[in-house]
Design a protein around this ligand. Structure first.
Ligand code: GCB
Length: 599
């Protein structure tokens, strides 16, 4: 099956994989397969390969059971341990803390297939590779640990008890996205929701609805069915705006939307969302959509016609107060609530797409979002498969989040080293993002790692492909300690600037003097000095300091201080705010006041 963009690029889907049934949470017949799944750790992948390394036709996907006392079956899901899904395995079984390899997970469920209905099995994210089987039939293989995918499992289902088995493999590899080194924990497992949704033979697969950038009394968009069926009537209603528009699909199963309406615009101060219902035949689905206009003018970022400063912070998707990948909305709410408390109106969701629920929550709370894919550090730039993988992840992120008003920036890379192949790779990705969505801003985190005579100059060929020039800099931590006051900065491009990262580490609760690394006073002083320095950058339009909360990283070895945590958080995993938190909070308070006065 092939999935094509309006602009012409196509992605090939395999086996039962279907284009994402978008807005899974707004569909009426959705049930969950979250819960306890049995699992088998398979270090040598012997449940997948036979002893000649061929794919074994009697692999674990068969969920075999011993039928008589002479039968030899060397595994048993029923008597194997269980873990929670969603959930990473590293923090649920101490034997798996550092584990990178294959784990098989199985869940059984009762089901009654209904005539004339199709059943879709949806995964919010599985890190990193998933091979999915339903009742012994292979549905497909998915790579990429942070984007959703789904299969039409109708033909594999039977009345009564069914099973789904997933072979999950989180081994790192040079060719992958991300590649084999990166500064976060490689949490393995089914880390987001597993859902079943029932749809009709013909259903609304995807849609887009947003404010017309040229005319704010007008909404534009489109609806797309799963099949190329002409003459199907789709109704779009927004009761609060008295909109009830009917459109007919064309030969492609698509219909354009053009709606006269004057919505109250979404903004951080007033994150207005409208209930939207899309109906095809008997079936309706719900969404909540905000309308706003994001653009740049010279060195400014402009939201709904007014310049705005992005008061941000970077966040990893790591659970506060407990450990591991964020598993539920409560945990995301805590993180976003802390960002609010810091006086943020923006978050950089680093370094991979976070869960759809987190993005939706940010939107409700009035927080703008930088969404990003894990093209991080030194990717295998000349490998075509690697490029295809990055493009697929970018596609899937934009596809999923395109109706989120909160998302204002697509981040396509982080700290990538200059070279011709890298430029080719990234410029293609940037063009692809723009083809898919020309309504948002494109950026990437570039870097400045050294200064000449205390003068820092950003230089990156990618500047012409982005709308916002962003870069990370670590003055006071990895470089140039205690000289921030002397530093000057030059960004020689007529575009807004975001400092996508700056910061330094501190162990919460450790107090010493400002020259002692890893104590709170050191971090506090680093923030004070950096803010003074960064404030002078011409075109500075936003900041996302690194990072809201300490997060796990295998490359942070220092005993008693790091203990496998990157300690650059403004808050500890136990929720303790460090001194630097208050520096940032005060800085943003002042920015808010300035913005109010200039209105
Ligand atoms: C960076 C990376 C980020 C790291 C951070 C650090 O520049 O973008 O992923 O975690 O530095 O702490 O070194």
């Amino acid at each position: 099956m092939t999935l094509c963009l309006a602009a012409g690029s196509c992605l090939t889907l395999q086996a039962q994989e279907i284009p994402l049934v978008n807005n899974i949470y707004g569909r009426p017949h959705t049930t969950t397969l979250n819960g306890q799944w049995n699992y088998i750790v398979d270090v040598q992948e012997r449940g997948f390969y036979d002893y000649r390394m061929r794919e074994d036709r009697n692999g674990f996907f068969r969920d075999a059971h011993q039928r008589s006392k002479i039968d030899l079956v060397e595994y048993n899901f029923d008597t194997s341990p269980q873990m929670a899904v969603p959930g990473d395995w590293n923090t649920q079984d101490s034997r798996l803390f550092f584990y990178e390899g294959t784990v098989w997970l199985r869940r059984t469920f009762d089901y009654q297939p209904k005539p004339g209905r199709r059943t879709v099995l949806y995964f919010g994210a599985v890190n990193y590779e998933a091979i999915v089987y339903v009742n012994g039939q292979k549905m497909g293989r998915h790579v990429g640990g942070f984007t959703p995918f789904n299969y039409d499992i109708t033909s594999a289902l039977k009345p009564g008890q069914n099973n789904v088995i997933v072979k999950v493999d989180n081994k790192r590899d040079r060719s992958q996205i991300p590649t084999n080194i990166y500064d976060w924990w490689n949490y393995g497992g089914i880390t987001r929701d597993v859902l079943l949704t029932e749809v009709g033979e013909t259903y609304i697969e995807d849609y887009s609805l947003q404010l017309d950038k040229q005319d704010w009394k007008h909404l534009t968009g489109w609806v797309k069915l799963n099949s190329r069926k002409a003459g199907e009537r789709v109704t779009v209603s927004i009761p609060e705006l008295k909109v009830n528009q009917q459109v007919m699909t064309d030969d492609e199963g698509r219909a354009e939307l053009s709606i006269k309406a004057k919505p109250e615009l979404w903004s951080p101060e007033s994150p207005k969302l409208y209930d939207v219902t899309l109906t095809l035949g008997e079936e309706s689905m719900q969404d909540r959509i905000g309308f706003r206009c994001i653009e740049t003018k010279g060195k400014q970022i402009v939201l709904n016609g007014k310049p705005i400063f992005l008061r941000g912070v970077a966040i990893h998707e790591e659970a506060p107060f407990t450990q591991g990948r964020t598993r539920n909305l409560e945990q995301s709410r805590t993180l976003l609530g802390w960002a609010k408390e810091l006086n943020c109106n923006y978050v950089r969701l680093a370094h991979y797409p976070h869960s759809e629920l987190e993005v939706r929550e940010a939107e409700k709370m009035g927080i703008m979002v930088w969404d990003e894919i894990p093209v991080y550090w030194t990717i295998d730039w000349t490998n075509e498969e690697t490029y295809a993988n990055a493009q697929r992840q970018l596609h899937d992120m934009i596809y999923r989040d395109k109706n989120r008003a909160a998302v204002v920036i697509w981040g396509i890379a982080n700290e990538t080293p200059h070279s011709e192949p890298r430029d080719k790779f990234l410029s293609s990705l940037a063009r692809y993002a723009r083809e898919m969505d020309s309504s948002r801003l494109i950026s990437m985190a570039m870097e400045v790692t050294s200064a000449k005579n205390f003068h820092n100059k950003l230089s990156d060929n990618m500047h012409e492909y982005v709308d916002v020039v962003s870069f990370n800099q670590y003055v006071g931590w990895y470089r140039d300690v205690n000289v921030a006051a002397k530093m000057t900065w030059e960004v020689p491009y007529d575009k807004p600037v975001i400092i996508s990262e700056f910061g330094g580490g501190a162990l919460a609760g450790w107090h010493a003097d400002k020259d002692t690394r890893f104590c709170e006073e050191f971090q506090e002083n680093l923030y004070i000095e950096n803010l003074k320095m960064l404030d002078k950058i011409d075109g500075l339009s936003g900041l996302s300091p690194w990072i809201l909360m300490d997060f796990r990283s295998p490359a942070r070895y220092l005993p008693h201080v790091q203990d496998f945590f990157n300690r650059k958080g403004l808050i500890s995993p136990e929720g303790q705010k460090k001194l630097a938190f208050y520096v940032m909070q005060q800085y943003y308070r002042e920015k808010m006041e300035q913005a109010k006065q200039s209105r």
